[in-house]
Design a protein around this ligand. Sequence first.
Ligand SMILES: *[C@@H]1O[C@H](CO)[C@@H](O)[C@H](O)[C@H]1NC(C)=O
Ligand SMILES: *[C@@H]1O[C@H](CO)[C@@H](O)[C@H](O)[C@H]1NC(C)=O
Ligand SMILES: *[C@@H]1O[C@H](CO)[C@@H](O)[C@H](O)[C@H]1NC(C)=O
Length: 785
Amino acid sequence: MACLGFLAAFLTLLHQTGALLKISTSSPQKAFAGSDVFLHCTYSGYGSTADPRFLVIMWFYQVKEIVRYHNNVQISHPRVSFDDQAARSGNASILLSDVKIEDVGIYSCVVIYSIERVESDIIMNVLVSPKIQIPDIIVHGDKEKTVVCSVSDFYPVDITITWLRDGVSLQNSSLGKIQRNINGSYSVDSTVTITPDHERKKQTFSCRVQHESLPVALQEDFQLVYKEKTKMIPVIVVVLLVLTVIGLGIWKLKSRKGGFTVNDIKGPPILIDGEEVILCCTGNQCAEDTRVIWLEKKAWGDPEIIERYGGDPEDTQHQLLNTSYDMDTKHMGSQCWSSDLRFTFHVANHKGVTFICRFISGNETQEKRFQCNEVYAKPKVAPRKPKYDGAGKILYSLIVYDFYPRDIQIHWSFVTGEGEQIISSEEQRVETQGLTFSVCSEARIPGEVFKDPKCKVRVVWEHASMGRPESREMSVRDADFPWHPVMEDIIIPKLEAGKEAALSCKISGYFPDSLSVQWIKKEKRNESEIKLPTGDYKVPDDKSNEETDKTFTQVTRLTFTPHLERDRGAKFICRVTHPTLEEPIEKRTGPLLTDLPSRPVMEDIIIPKLEAGKEAALSCKISGYFPDSLSVQWIKKEKGNESEIKLPDGDYKVSDITSHKQKDNTWTCEARLTFIPHLERDQGAEFICRVTHPTLEEPIEKRTGPLLTAGNCRTQRWSIWGSWPHSSSCCTKPVCPGWRVCTVRCLAQGHLLERLLAGIELMSPQALSMQSSDVASTPPRYSIY
Ligand SMILES: *[C@@H]1O[C@H](CO)[C@@H](O)[C@H](O)[C@H]1NC(C)=O
Ligand SMILES: *[C@@H]1O[C@H](CO)[C@@H](O)[C@H](O)[C@H]1NC(C)=O
Ligand SMILES: *[C@@H]1O[C@H](CO)[C@@H](O)[C@H](O)[C@H]1NC(C)=O
């Protein structure tokens, strides 16, 4: 009972801890063989009506599915019925009709609704009431009388039989061997020896039986019948004996006559359920027309022919039309025959069966018998999910089923780094199918040992049908270990710069209590992980809490004071390791603090190639700002004039600004200033891009520096030209944007213009020609080539 008692306790606990779907069954249930029984299972907690699309109901008998309801009903048990209409409204009960002993066992009702699953077990016991028979109550003379009370056909096996004389119990009765009937019920004889008492012939004896199936004890009363001794009986016995001896003698003589013999049937020493068996029967000195017949004789009833070879097929004897047997009969040299019978052995079909190999040669018949006595069925196993036993231990159970004979050994142990430890287990025997047996074995493993992820629970079973013991190992890493930690999303409070805050993450449902948590930070645009705690980031030591269902829960926190520069766009990860996990599990935040203001960052102004008379655009990229409320001002400063000219103005056009949102929630834009450069107007002018944003106390700006300084170059040259011979200045490398680069290596201390001109190197002939045209207003004396 413990096997299921704890299951029930555990399920009750689960229900108290807030699962919405609830299931209820009543267990154990008892039913009389031949009656109909409802196995009740109801569920609730899915709302007013269950949406049948999300509803699945299943019933299992031991490990076998017998009912499945999802949209339609599938029943794979001939005596089970299920009302799908009632099932939709919460009553998933099944009706098992014409109950049989083989129905004993565990029935599980499983209800799945949407993502929830609940399950409950029912132990079904069958009752068959015993019958009493007292066949012989005649006492001869003064001889002691042994009276037998046959108590037959009861189930389950537990029974009490007492004898009474005039209502007073007799102490010296004895119970015989308990017999199991083919249909699974039991019978037993109880005997008592009574010394006749002629004085008290009228005393009443009783055989009383108490059994679970009987509301009141069943009792058979009788009085002994006294008879005088008769001398006839020994005479009859002697006559019968003599006749038997004579008969045997004649039969023996007859059988020796032909010299034809049949050897003992050769077959396997033990028979195992599901395995192929070959019985081999040989005959010697057989006649040409030998016939071979195989027969099968059940414990009761007459032999029946299952296969035959030779002779008249219209044999008068009843013949089984049985295709499960295969016969192969061969002539082996002169007068020798061999016949093989092949079949697959099944305990249920063949236990107690005697196979007869009959040779008919000439007028003689000889036969040999093979009895299926040493029969075995190999156990099958089905592990069940481990459960918490409510007292610090994990309950593992294994159903071992369909084995024969009854004796089986099941041992449990657990293996840790420190070695293997054997633990006691309990077995709840459940008998099924009349002939084979099932058992539910369970062991309680101390919860502590599961802290070692290498811990394994081992169960070994040994049965006469198996060559060597078999075993199975279970570990916390198995997918069906029910207590893997479950993480909820990280809870992020409202974050404000400079104000301490805590991220938190709840981890629940785990067992054992050995969780380790690692917080990790990933900075914006940087994939490397920074393990926390470090610096200002703190991880307070949080303890696990034991829940009512004995699983553990922990809320882990990360506290820090957000800094805009440091934390904007950073991501945080909470990573969890636990013995039940092969790989750590984790939850991540998205980029944080992205809704906080962020300052714009400016890149240098991009200046294209400027050519007089050809439209060009200066561009300035601004990024990283939040919110999207940026304003940009273009400004021109003319050469030698400090006053600022705000653009747009005249020919200078300023594009509208369009901001683009980035992944980290900041914005970027490009500001453009378009104009057609004029040498006179723009020469040496500087352009400024100035940005204002709510995050900035002062506007920020980028400057182009003086543009179109090619003019300077010309001017300088011109001034050299004009000031000669006074100038001794040496100009090197004036940079002339848009004019390419003209490097002037000026040898101004020379007195000859030719030398000066020879010192001028112009990189681009094109620039040279423009230059020469630009200076056309004061025509040079020399053309430069
Ligand atoms: C469920 O249905 C069965 C069969 O109709 C009935 O005997 C039982 O009382 C019902 N249970 C509930 C809780 O309604
Ligand atoms: C059994 O006990 C009864 C009295 O309780 C007695 O009459 C009877 O002789 C006993 N039989 C044997 C075999 O001891
Ligand atoms: C079981 O079998 C016995 C005979 O082997 C028979 O007397 C009895 O009625 C059967 N019981 C049931 C419940 O079928």
